[in-house]
Design a protein around this ligand. Sequence first.
Ligand SMILES: [Zn+2]
Ligand SMILES: [Zn+2]
Length: 95
Amino acid sequence: MDFFHKKYTCEIEGEKFASEVDLMTHYRSVHHKLILKCHKCGKEFIHEKDRLHHVREEHEKEMDARVHKSEHKSKASNNPQDQVDSNMRKFGDNL
Ligand SMILES: [Zn+2]
Ligand SMILES: [Zn+2]
C-alpha cells in the first residue's frame, strides 16, 4: 500500500509523507512546530539534537579546518607532514 515509499512520519499522529519537505511543512502548518534550520545549508529539523547531529556529520570538517588553521598558524612550517603534503600537491599538479 505504500506506493510512494513514504518514509517520513509525523511523530505526533503518525501521518506519512513522501519527502522531508512535506513533513516539515506539515509540522509547521498543522502542529505549529518550531522548525530549526541549519545555518550552513538551510536543511530543516524538528529536534535540536537532529540539527546538531547533522551539523556534526555534514559540517564538522569545515569547522575543524577553521579551528586547526588558527591553532597551527605559528608551528605549521615546522611540521614535516605539511612539507610532504605540499610536495605531493606539486607533484600532482605536474601530472
Ligand atoms: Zn501530524
Ligand atoms: Zn547543514
